[in-house]
Design a protein around this ligand. Structure first.
Ligand code: ADP
Ligand code: ZN
Ligand code: ZN
Length: 733
């Protein structure tokens, strides 16, 4: 037995399941700390995962580490154990999981040392808002934002306010920069609740708050409360309670949910450092935020899914807002579910977790109905707004104009005439979903995918929304050389054009991914809408999430049939969630809203259930249906997906992988496939999938622990790409 007190085992950011042994001359760096190591010809940053006592290689074959980067673990114990759990549960290489959890600078070997956070604040408490800023809307906006207190530069930038704008304001001596030096739990000394802003809870809210505060077990809480029932108010009061005990709070929100309104609401309530994590931050800002939470300097962190990997000094509560939202699931690389990890994390930290939604996911609802979660419901609107009226419009045999029925156009006329706003949803951006030749029927298709190009008329290009391939719009048909190229179907761009012609007296704004790419653009559009600069709002579901439009009294959802008949069984659940979100955001107390759904199948049972009985009932009906069909949450799934440039190789691999599963012979393991998804080829690669389904989560996990190494050992894995998706949200995608 060789001398082993110098052995360390390291997880490296490589797509391999194995870990690597190295040796060190010095004292062994602790588990959870970073080391630099040679790997082939490269130098990599790895994480120490074990201090083994034996190794398969003779000691003199083991390479020494090149450097020690940390003297202590970067991860508090509960987070470390969450990460190990996640690698195991998602069957993803541990090295990649650990690296994913680290800010980029730490992955690159930068020291884990924090710098002060650059912030801006007003120079005096009441600056002259009119000070020659008439023609500088950005500067005005910046001043407005800073009214509520200092803000990190990163957050201002996220709202479209860049350094030059701030410098101009500073030159006028209206604002000044400062470095925020936080101290661990400094907020405790002057955590001043802005009492005047705190409403008295209504009876439902009070009951919910009491239930959460007084619960005697550690089951998660599902707060199922209609839009506007005061869920956020509950979060705020729970957070207040935790902060006053010196505990930190993590709030997870969907990708689009981190809105200035939400942040303003938090900042107005608490006199404590509130940090955010979002995609607009640079690497330095992410690292500083990460470290400020780890050191206990930040009181509240509000972030999207990856914020679940932030270390805290004394985490006391996790809130997952809009827990049903799809964006909590990471759809590439390490495919984890942020909400599910939050539940495991709360368990490991032994702290409460609240999942809130007006439209809970069927998974969470099922858990609540089974008693695995506390189930809390709020059915009244706190602010007193009325629920919207709903109409199902049968569009069979109806002459549609740009996809809109005459009846809906008439309703629009009426609402616009009395000064209200109208909102239309169409989940298809671009001018048209296809360009075709009127003479011979040729359709412009992407050469790399089994998909048609979307026609973007404004940019005069064809764009494949699946692989991002673009080309100019041809002037004639490549098949028959005819010049009669026409659109097929309607996208948001075309709809906007039509609306501008049909309603020339009103201004139309379109909100989709094409015109909200730049920083602050979405926010600027939303502000303009709130200021009533536009009367007709039109967009994809981007427009539905997290925004309240009190002057919108009519909402039209133009195309619901796609979701009703989609091959993905989750499509109806999503349609219902979108519908409820939209319906809940329109109108206010003295201006009730109306929601119109256009469908060719108004008799569809799920639609009828949703409209007549509401989401809560609809969701329970859906659950029954899923139970009959043994679909999640009544079964558990994993999808093996692979893609390759050659179909032959791909088929071989999938067949062998399927054989491995068959031979394993677990009686309750169901296999579906291997099959090709609807879009068999994407970005020049053929795709196939194999679905594994099991009635018990534990069993599925157990089988996968045998199957994955066997599949990974197949020789073809070197010439194609494959991955496993646990609890997939989109099967075909
Ligand atoms: P949700 O998060 O469920 O959509 P919110 O917490 O945002 O609901 O509350 C909706 C509106 O009602 C907000 O304007 C909020 O300020 C107000 N509100 C919430 N609770 C109360 C209350 N107890 N009394 C008066 N207004 C309230
Ligand atoms: Zn043609
Ligand atoms: Zn393509």
């Amino acid at each position: 037995m060789p001398e082993t007190s110098s052995l360390i085992q390291v997880a490296l950011p490589v797509p391999l399941y194995r870990r690597f042994d190295y040796q060190t001359k010095d004292a062994r760096p602790p588990i959870g700390s970073r080391v630099g190591v040679p790997f082939g010809k490269q130098q990599l940053v790895g994480l120490v995962v074990a201090h083994p006592t034996q190794t398969e290689l003779p000691l003199d074959k083991l390479k020494p580490i090149s450097r020690i980067l940390d003297t202590e673990s970067l991860f508090p114990p509960a987070l470390w154990s969450l990460l190990l759990w996640a690698a195991n549960y998602y069957h993803h290489p541990l090295g990649e999981v650990l690296h994913h959890a680290l800010p980029v600078l730490l992955r690159q070997g930068e020291p884990a040392e924090r710098k002060p956070i650059p912030c801006w604040q007003l120079s005096s408490s009441k600056p002259d808002m009119q000070a020659n800023l008439k023609r500088a809307p950005r500067q005005q906006q910046a001043l407005q934002l800073l009214q509520d207190g200092p803000l990190p530069a990163a957050e201002l930038r996220e709202q479209g306010i860049d350094t030059p704008v701030l410098k101009q304001l500073a030159a006028k001596e209206l604002i000044r920069p400062f470095d925020l030096h936080l101290q661990a739990r400094e907020w405790l000394d002057h955590l001043l609740l802005h009492e005047e802003n705190v409403p008295y809870l209504n009876l439902e809210q009070a009951a919910v708050l009491a239930a959460i505060s007084q619960a005697e077990d550690r089951r998660p809480f599902l707060l199922e409360g209609v839009t506007g029932s005061g869920k956020t108010e509950i979060y705020l009061q729970l957070i207040q309670e935790k902060l006053s005990q010196g505990r930190q709070v993590l709030v997870l929100v969907p990708e689009i949910g981190l809105t200035p309104q939400l942040l303003r609401r938090f900042r107005r309530r608490f006199h404590a450092p509130i940090l955010t994590l979002h995609s607009g931050m640079n690497d330095r800002e992410r690292l500083d935020t990460w470290l400020a939470c780890k050191a206990g300097e930040a009181a509240i962190l509000i972030g999207t899914r990856s914020a679940i990997f932030t270390p805290f000094n004394s985490l006391g509560l996790i809130v997952v807002d809009e827990e049903h939202d799809m964006s909590f699931k990471q759809q590439e690389g390490f495919r984890y579910h942020g909400r599910d990890l939050a539940i495991v994390r709360a368990q490991r930290e032994q702290i409460p977790i609240v999942l809130g939604s007006a439209t809970p996911s069927l998974e969470s609802l099922h858990n609540a109905l089974q008693g695995r979660y506390h189930h809390l419901q709020m059915k009244q609107r706190a602010g007193g707004a009325q629920a919207a009226q709903q109409h199902l419009l049968d569009v069979k045999h109806v002459p549609l104009q740009a996809g809109i029925a005459p009846q809906l156009l008439q309703l629009m006329d009426e609402q616009l005439a009395v000064g209200n706003q109208v909102m239309l949803f169409l989940n298809r951006r671009g001018y048209a979903p296809a360009l075709l030749c009127h003479d011979c029927g040729w359709v412009a298709a992407c050469p790399h995918c089994d998909a048609f190009y979307t026609w973007h008329q404004q940019d005069r290009r064809l764009h494949c929304h699946h692989c991002d391939h673009m080309r100019p719009v041809p002037s004639q048909c490549p098949e028959c050389h005819g010049r009669n190229l026409v659109s097929s179907g309607v996208g948001t761009e075309q709809l906007a054009q039509f609306l501008e012609q049909r309603f020339p007296a009103y201004k139309t704004i379109r909100i989709d991914r094409d015109n909200t790419r730049r920083k602050g653009e979405l926010e600027a559009h939303l502000t303009a809408i709130r200021h009533r600069e536009y009367q007709i709002l039109l967009g994809t579901q981007m427009l539905a999430k997290g925004h309240h439009f009190p002057d919108v009294t009519l909402v039209g959802i133009l195309d619901v049939d796609g979701a009703l008949f989609a091959s993905d069984y989750r499509a109806t659940e999503r349609l219902a969630q979108l519908y409820v979100q939209v319906a809940g955001r329109a109108g206010r107390a003295n201006k009730p809203g109306m929601v119109v759904l256009q469908s060719h199948h108004p008799e569809h049972a799920l639609l009828q259930d949703l409209l007549n009985n509401g989401y809560a009932h609809f969701a329970r009906t859906c659950l029954q249906e899923r139970q009959v069909l043994s679909l999640p949450p009544f079964s558990f799934q994993a999808v093996l997906r692979a893609d390759a440039p050659s179909r032959e190789l791909l088929e071989q691999f999938m067949q062998q992988a399927t054989q491995i599963c068959h031979h394993y012979g677990a009686p309750d393991l169901q296999l579906v496939g291997p099959i090709s998804p609807v879009m068999e080829r994407r970005a020049g690669r053929y795709r196939m999938l194999l679905m594994l389904q099991c009635s018990q989560r534990m069993h599925l996990q157990h089988y996968l622990h045998h199957l994955v190494p066997a599949i990974d050992a197949l020789p073809m894995t070197h010439s194609l790409r494959w991955h496993l998706d646990i609890d997939p949200q989109e099967i075909a995608g």
